[in-house]
Design a protein around this ligand. Structure first.
Ligand code: UD1
Ligand code: CA
Length: 428
């Protein structure tokens, strides 16, 4: 589409109903914040400008946004309604001419595709409103239509007559506007309603009065447009987002045995034919290759990379750890800041003690290494290729175990060199 695009994302609300101290739009959802999810949906439309309207706890919201390029935060000052919020944003877009898409920092499920269709539905009108149907429309603005079914305006719940309150088509709050028509209409807004607020919805009534034909674009299932006002609603949104993430991996050929007990964040890559067994948690920023096996009851945290065919089993946690192709850690293990080569076997109960109370240190485990059950490796330490530790060995910090050496004991010390003929073929 050739017209330039600006996004105005409203995020100035207080969010009292969450009963937690962080700003509502910074609540986490599958490894991102609510605001992050909303901005990801609009970033994909490649807008020329993105304005985030902030106010309550704005420093925290600004900090979250600062890692993204080209986003401008505008302080609304005292929030006086959605019309006021957009008016303040438009002051930062005074030279802009094009489409203005209005979105919300607390509506994380909205998709790029829906916003694109909303935008396209505008055709040569000045405004398109995203609507949906609700069995219980309590609290939402109702879509008003004339006898010929033409869209004529939006009535806020509190301002509805009894008859209007029976309308089940509702305003989702997402709109696409022509910037100059929007600017003109915002100038005329007045706070003469039940809440004494400047309603953005009154802009649409003006367009209808002026025969500018505002249009609607309707979603049959409006779940994408739900807002998060409480932790209960956060839970509902999380379930939908999780389902979306899991469906994407399943359709890429990832064999997730039990989606209901599998938690995978955004920004996780998983290769085809990898098995993810029940009760597995994979955090943002993990990469899992092809043909791996993860779980049951495994936890992969940020920065973990499993190369093709690696296996991570029950009660294993891996943080910022690279597990080489074909290597296995199948039971009861913590791997933190570890770099593991190919075809290594990490025995049950192995711990990399990566933290000395002040700093994190790295553990290197070479190709074909065999770490005996219950080994504790105090980092930084290195275990050479095809080296071996005995059960219960404590490898002291700064240890350098040479290739093929076998270390045992507490603290572990060199016992002997391994006989190559006793080393499994794939580990050699
Ligand atoms: C708004 C719509 C309503 C629609 C509903 C959908 C108006 C007047 N009404 O109502 O038709 O059905 O959304 O959810 O627009 N915000 C600011 N600054 C403000 C006021 C609001 O940033 O001054 C932000 C809030 O943080 C919130 C969003 O805008 O995320 C919606 O504001 P809210 O006052 O809750 O609107 P609703 O009453 O829900
Ligand atoms: Ca309100």
């Amino acid at each position: 589409m050739s017209r330039p695009l600006a996004v105005v994302c409203l995020a100035a609300g207080l969010g009292k109903r969450t009963k937690v101290s962080i700003p509502k739009v910074l609540l986490p959802l599958c490894g991102r914040t609510l605001l992050g999810c909303s901005l990801d949906a609009t970033d994909a439309l490649r807008p020329q400008h993105t304005i985030v309207v902030v106010h309550h706890q704005k420093e925290l919201v600004e900090k979250e946004v600062s890692s993204r390029k080209g986003i401008v935060c505008v302080d609304q000052g005292k929030p006086m309604g959605t019309g006021h919020a957009v008016k303040m944003a438009m002051q930062a877009l005074s030279d802009f001419d094009g489409d203005v898409l209005v979105t919300y920092g607390d509506c994380p499920l909205i998709t790029t595709e829906t916003l694109q269709m909303l935008r396209e539905s505008m055709e040569d009108s000045v405004c398109a409103v995203l609507t949906t149907f609700q069995d219980d429309p309590t609290g939402l603005g109702r879509i008003l239509r004339d006898e010929d079914d033409n869209f004529v305006g939006i009535r806020e719940h509190r301002d509805c007559t009894e008859e209007e309150s029976l309308i089940d088509e509702v305003n989702t709050g997402f709109y696409c506007f022509d910037s100059s028509a929007l600017r003109r209409a915002l100038l005329k807004l007045k706070p003469d309603n039940a809440q004494g607020e400047y309603y953005l919805t009154d802009v649409i009534a003006q367009f209808a009065d002026q025969d500018l034909n505002p249009v609607t674009f309707t979603l049959e299932d409006g779940y994408e447009t739900i807002g998060v006002n409480s932790l209960v609603e956060l839970g509902i949104a999380r379930a939908r987002m999780q389902e979306r993430i899991l469906m994407r991996h399943l359709s890429n050929g990832v064999m997730i045995t039990d989606p209901a007990t599998t938690h995978i964040d955004h920004d996780v890559e998983i290769g085809p034919e990898t098995k993810i067994l029940p009760f597995t948690v994979i955090g943002s920023g993990c990469k899992v290759g092809r043909g791996c096996e993860v779980g049951p009851f495994a936890h992969l945290r940020a920065g973990t990379v499993l190369e093709d065919g690696a296996e991570i089993g029950n009660f294993v946690e891996a943080k910022k750890t690279r597990v080489g192709a074909g290597s296995k850690a199948k039971h009861l293990t913590y791997l933190g800041d570890a770099v593991i080569g190919k075809n290594a076997n990490i025995g049950a109960g192995t711990i990399t003690a990566n933290y000395d109370g002040a700093r994190k240190h790295e553990t290197k485990i070479g190709d074909g290494c065999f770490v005996g059950s219950g080994t504790v490796i105090v980092a930084p330490s290195q275990l050479g290729a095809r080296s071996m530790t005995g059960a219960g060995a404590i490898v002291k910090r700064d240890s350098v175990i040479g290739d093929e050496e076998v270390w045992v004991g507490i603290p572990a010390k060199l016992l002997k060199r391994r006989d190559p003929s006793t080393i499994k073929k794939e580990s050699r």
